[in-house]
Design a protein around this ligand. Structure first.
Ligand SMILES: [Zn+2]
Ligand SMILES: [Zn+2]
Length: 500
């Protein structure tokens, strides 16, 4: 009995346990990968610690520190010094990369970079994030009352994101109880709670309601698409991106001088020149300004070379080619028998004619093309549906259930598609995974209850009153005592020994 207790209080035992079993037992899935509301890595760290009944301080100093490569970081972290690195953990610094690498090794995952801005380091200079945690109190409350897992999405931490898009309230950055700012990392970090006074950060009463402006919406739109896609690309922009982009832009707009470009963008010519020459990087603010001016999102600036620039349309007249009517007929005849039918729109763009002209002169041919294309599309959709259904059935037969999110990621099928195509199968996958997680949780609760009983019994045998403080001292994760069922377990253990 004493042997058990002494080993229980030994942090190392839990750490060892973590290291030996992590991949089978604790493959905790980050929330929202592939969506705009992907979890931040600091939130993920907090949840890993909680799921292992490990304090964040122990997770950082005993588990993560030994995996780091940067010496000063390793030294600091193993001594429990967190403060210096806290600001950078979620963005795109070498520190961020260190944490990601360590956590990926520990959890056997390969997607944790998308919980940070690492993949977008080519386009953003630092200082993209605020220095402290920010949150929407209503969102947090909703997560809690819907019994969802509580987490803090990365998008909340971006400095330009100032309001919650859903509830249109200003994001909070101070604990309303102790009035302190909360750094991203802390030895007692716990998502949804203040790390200093332990207060719940959610709230249903909010006074600072502020409607989203058009600019807010544009900023949201930009970051949302970047975050949602940060796990999906095979190529990410590098530091030369902005220089290349501006040079391309000048060519497209037929602008000969940087001064004229700067004039169009309404930015300082010397600054624009330094970007064009690749000597400096624009701040996220300037980048958004450029995007807004030319009518694209940052994401489109990177990946969509074909998208027409608003400026281009405004400055140079449409370059639609015009071909003789007889040639239009030839094109249509050629395409009508194609094995991979295209839409009339696409064909018109490829050959350079106007759809109305084609329709007016060759209505039957155009009708046939549209019909072919529609049935080809329908056939493709049918095939895809069967494919998705088969994959879902296969997923349901696997021994370890996975979430629908994971399924979507593993198979490259978006959640929306899966749910539209096979709603019932999707529901089954969701239900099966929920039951599995529920069972895991149930087991964890049992273990903790047993531990509390052991601690109470041992203290009692030593002639010490097992007060809540004494029991907490012996528990690895002292935060657990915030939970009602933990307190209840302690009371029951007391009662079973005859205490009242
Ligand atoms: Zn909200
Ligand atoms: Zn507080």
């Amino acid at each position: 009995m004493n042997l058990y207790l002494s080993s229980l209080t030994d942090e190392q035992r839990i750490v060892d346990n973590f290291l030996s079993t992590r991949t089978e037992l604790y493959n905790i899935e980050p929330i929202g990968i592939g969506t705009p509301y992907v979890e931040s890595i600091s939130s993920y760290i907090s949840r890993i610690a909680e799921n292992h009944n490990l304090a964040v301080s122990a997770l950082l100093s005993k588990v993560i520190a030994p995996m780091l490569n940067i010496d000063y970081l390793k030294d600091q972290l193993s001594q429990g010094i967190i403060k210096d690195t806290s600001h950078f953990i979620n963005e795109n610094s070498p520190v961020t990369l260190e944490y990601c690498n360590a956590l990926e090794l520990l959890t056997s995952r390969d997607d944790l970079r998308s919980l940070t801005m690492l993949n977008w380091q080519g386009i953003f200079s630092k200082k993209l994030f605020s220095r402290y945690r920010k949150w929407c109190p209503i969102c947090l409350n909703k997560m809690k009352s819907n019994s969802k897992i509580i987490y803090e999405p990365l998008i909340w931490y971006i400095s330009e994101i100032k309001k919650c898009e859903v509830h249109e309230v200003v994001l909070h950055d101070k604990c309303s109880n102790c009035k302190r700012n909360l750094p991203f990392l802390h030895k007692d970090l716990m998502v949804g709670y203040c790390q200093y006074c332990g207060s719940w950060l959610g709230d249903k009463l909010v006074f600072n309601k502020k409607n989203l402006t058009e600019e807010d919406t544009f900023i949201y739109q930009n970051y949302k698409v970047l975050l949602a896609n940060s796990s999906k690309q095979s190529i990410y922009p590098t530091r030369v991106f902005i220089s290349n982009f501006l040079n391309r832009l000048m060519k497209k707009l037929d602008i000969k001088s940087v001064a004229k470009l700067a004039n169009i963008l309404e930015l300082n010519p010397a600054t624009v020149n330094s970007w064009v020459k690749g000597r400096r990087q624009p701040s996220s603010e300037s980048l958004l300004k450029i995007a807004r001016k030319i009518g694209l999102t940052i994401y489109e600036m990177i990946y969509d070379n074909n998208k027409k620039l608003v400026l281009e349309i405004k400055d140079s007249p449409s370059q639609q080619k015009s071909i003789p009517i007889s040639e239009i007929e030839n094109c249509l005849r050629k395409e009508v028998n194609s094995k991979e039918p295209k839409s009339l729109n696409k064909i018109s763009k490829e050959y350079g004619f106007y759809v109305p002209t084609a329709k007016g002169n060759f209505p039957i041919l155009c009708g046939e093309i549209t019909e072919n294309y529609n049935s080809y599309k329908a056939q493709k959709i049918r095939k895809r549906r069967i494919e998705i259904e088969e994959k879902l059935i296969d997923c349901l037969s696997k021994e370890t259930p996975i979430s629908l999110n994971q399924f979507s990621k593993d198979n490259g099928i978006t959640l929306k598609t899966a749910k539209t195509v096979a709603p019932n199968l999707c529901k089954k996958v969701v239900k099966r995974y929920e039951e599995y997680i529920h069972e895991l949780k149930r087991k964890r609760v049992q273990i903790i209850k047993r531990e509390i009983k052991e601690i109470v019994n041992t203290l009692h045998q030593k002639g010490i009153y097992p007060s809540s403080n004494k029991v907490q001292e012996n528990l690895e994760n002292k935060h657990l005592f915030r939970k009602e069922w933990v307190k209840q377990a302690w009371k029951e253990a007391l009662e079973s020994l005859g205490y009242n």
